[in-house]
Design a protein around this ligand. Sequence first.
Ligand code: CDT
Length: 314
Amino acid sequence: MTRTVVVGAGQLGPVRREDSRDSVVERLIVLVEEGASQGCQLVVFPELALTSFFPRWAIEDPRELDAWFETEMPGPATKALFDVAAERGVGFCLGYAELTPDGHRYNSQILVERDGSVVGIFRKVHLPGHEEIEPWRPFQHLERRYFEPGPDGFGVWRSFGGVVGMMICNDRRWPETYRVMGLQGAELILCGYNTPRHYPPDPSQDPLQGFHNALVMQSGAYQNGTWVVGVAKGGTEEGVEMLAESCIIAPSGQIVAAAATAGDELVVASCDLDRCAHYKETLFDFERYRMIEHYGLITSRRGAIAPDPPEETS
Ligand code: CDT
């Protein structure tokens, strides 16, 4: 029996600051419907999919900040998405800002099965950007001010006939993200992202954004023998050009489907989870080949410390 999951990467074009949740959910439902008609079992949406990417703004009023967060899932605006997806037998993965009943704020992603049941919630671990407002920037990136790092790390869930993991945006740039899930047998990793094409601290990276996006996800897929689904916001959102370039990557590291536009678009691929074993049982047979006795620094040291330079001799 083959274990094939037909996955749709539900890329979104820009979401304006004034757009209502209802109007965005309507767009998500269009993508779910399209996914259903193309045989998708799972549609994956971007990070913070329900709103504009609000960490670009300095928000000082706590009530104004609260308005960007969801306090329940499904909530009043997202219930229609849950209902339509379950009716059509399509699972989905949705990024949103989560405010928990005990007041924690996370950048989260929920995975929902084809029958509408919640599989799990992942909370973003690697929060990029800055804590304090930096007026020199053309736009802010205040994720470190508005969110706490996810306390649960990188879990995986048995769902969709395989082992599914999640990560959010900046998490995809760190090899540890994939490896921790790889060590739990991940076969399909779902990632929503919001990546501006302009990186104010080092604009020399701007023309490389697409290259780096593909580089990290293709490497993570190959080195762990897993499918990776990267789903973007694209287009110019509130004056900031967003990367788009959603794609689906096979365990070989090859991109098998990619977005052709920067707008709302469903990118579909048939993901045979049994292809993971080719890599997991050969070149990347972890049990046989990993040399964990040499990896201690990975978890014991955070920043790089180079050896002392040689003493100057006169
Ligand atoms: N949303 C998010 O994590 N974006 C970052 C942008 C670069 S850091 C300011 C990313 O890694 O794509």
